[in-house]
Structures are given as structure tokens and as C-alpha cells.
Design a protein around this ligand. Sequence first.
Ligand SMILES: [Zn+2]
Length: 414
Amino acid sequence: MAETYDIVIRQVRLRSRPGELVQVGIRAGRIAAIATGPLAGKVELDGEGNLVSASFVDAHLHLCKVYTFPMAGDEALQRYTGGSMGQAMSAIELAAAVKDRYDESWIYPNARRAVLEGLRHGVTHVQAFADTDTRARLEGVKALLRLRDELRGVVDLRVVAFPQDGLLRDPGAEDYVRQALTLGADVVGGIPWIEYTDREAREHVDRMLRLARQFDRDVAMLTDDAGDPGLRSTEMLAEATVREGWVGRVTACHARAMSLYPEPYFRRLVGLARRAGLAFVTDPHTGPLHLRAPDLLEAGLPVALGQDDIADAYYPYGQHNMLEVAFLASHLLGRSTPQQMEQLLDMVTVQGARVLRLPDYGLEVGRAAHLVVLEGATVPEVLTRHRPPRYVISHGRLVAENAETTRWHGQIGA
Ligand SMILES: [Zn+2]
């Protein structure tokens, strides 16, 4: 008798073999078969010739701030996104006012809504930043840790304890980061470029790396997020990573000043980043300057796209749809050949998994079954539509199904 799978997805296309229709069998939470012949399943889903992919990874989201735009006003937004990001620091200072009202009780439902919006769009893995400082205190961290534990086995949330307003500028923030790690935060954050001097930026990096070693945690910092070619905190982070023996465990997010660096300095930085095994996350839609993602990818470094913000003081939009993020990046980075589109899709899937160091991720037999059946038979079609997936499978279970229907009236659609 033929084997029976928990779920069989019928008639789908793989990105690597688009001309062929296959069946994917899932059993006990894993991808158990990918076959051209028929498979039998307790549940059978018809893929109708669409593309199947590993699910989406959002490597960078400020999850404690989602949907706070109405509380924040638009002054911070104007300063962050205006001109060449000369006022990025004052934008962050203005945006911090929201944190005086931080309370786990309203952050939790906002965060939950954003994560479920993501899941509906096929996002099964999220690196979520929680402001952890003297104004936010532990309110954001507690909300996100509660959500992480509640959604375990459905969405993998990784909580970053993030001292958004600096360490030396905000005495006491380091204690809050330490407390957050004691409560179970997964990753040590940081934002060295916001300190007032290079010496203090270096100290910021060093202190956070010491905490990471002490608690055995990965590190994800926001570096050089303003329009100043003199900012050097990505270099500081890479250098400290090597010195502290934390190679391969550190991510630099934003790093937008990179776009203004002289070419010889940029090339040295790429070499240093390789030595440090530094990973990068970029979010071109939330600011006018961009990390040089194509060059870093060409150097073999992990580079992912992140949603970054959803309706907060820095960005007024966002549906937690990583295909939309990739679609926007295609325009903002000027990447629209078929090969470049493939790379963009990688940046919301396999590259995200490299950044988060997910050991069990990918569309291969034996790997964990985190899958999406997309709207479209080819990568260009999928990006053009950037629709919610037809089916979202997380940890081997069907968790969401989306349908689009249009009802024509009169003779228009006949
Ligand atoms: Zn960010």
C-alpha cells in the first residue's frame, strides 16, 4: 500500500524546476517527499500550478512599536525620511516620547496583530526588536516574550533586547538589557552610532558583546543609520566580533551610511565583515539611503530584507508582507532582471534563514515543513502580485489559507 502523508500539496512548481509540476508530501512536521508522481495525503491541497517556496523570514522588525503612528505624530517621520537622513538622530529622540506611555497591556495585542498579519502572509520566523531602556523599561520585552511563548510551534519569534537610545547617552539602559536577558530575551541588541563620540560608540559595542558572551546570545545591532559617511560603527562591530571570538553570531542592521562611503573604504569593510562572518539586514523602504546589498551578497555575506517598521514613527505603512518588502526593494535598489528577482526572493527566505542561523530551514526533503504556496507560477509573477499565499504551512501544519475573489456585475467581466 502506498505511503500516506499528513498533507500533500499537489501540482506545484519549484523555483529550481519551474517547467515541472510536483507533489510535496509532509509528515510529522517535515518535508517527507518531493515527487513528480502521485502522493496520497490525509489532507490534499491543490496548488493549481503555482510556485511553492520555503516560508518567509523577517529578519528585522521593531515589533514593540507597531501601530503606534497615531500616538507618535508625523514630526519624527519627516526627520527620519527627509533629505539625506541628516536628522535621523533627532527623529529617534522625538519618536522616544511614545515610550513614556509604554505598557505591556497595549503592546501585546498590537504585536500579536502584526505577527498574525505576517503569518497570514507566510512569515513564520521573525527577529523582533523590543526597546529596552530607561523610558521603555521592560514593557516591550515582556509583551514580546509572552507572545513568543504563546506562539511557539506556530511562529518562531526571536526577541532582541534593544537599547534604542544608546547606553552611554542613557545611563541605566544596560541594566535593563541585562534584566531582559535574564527574563529570556534571545538576542543582544545595540545602536552604537547614536552615541555622541566614536570612543563611546566603541564602548557601546564592547559592553553589548560582553553581555552576549556572558549570556551566550547572538547579537543584532543597528549600525550607521544616518546620512554621514564618517560613521564607522559597522567597522567597530566587525572588529569587536573578531576580537571577542563571536564570529558568525553577529548581525548589522540598517548600516545605511555605507552608501556614502568612498569605494576603497567600502572594500576594506567588506573584507573585515567577511573575517567577522557578519550578517546584514536591510529595509530599503524605510529610509532614503540603502545598504549595498548586491555587493555584500556578491562577497558571500548573508544579507536579508526586513519589514523594519509597521505604522510607527519611522514608517507609516507595512502589512508584514515580505513579498511587498521585496517588491519595494526591487524598485528602490534598481533590481528587476529575472536573476535579480530570484535574489530578492532569496533575501526574504534562505538569506533570512542564514542571518537567523536557522538550521532546519529550506525546501528540501528532511527539513522542517515551513512552506507557502504562492500566487503565481514564476518569480516575476509572484513579485508582481505580491499577494498573500494560497496556503501557509508552519511546522508541518496548515495554518492559513487565502483566497482572492472578484464578483463582476453586469457585462464587464463576461
Ligand atoms: Zn530598524
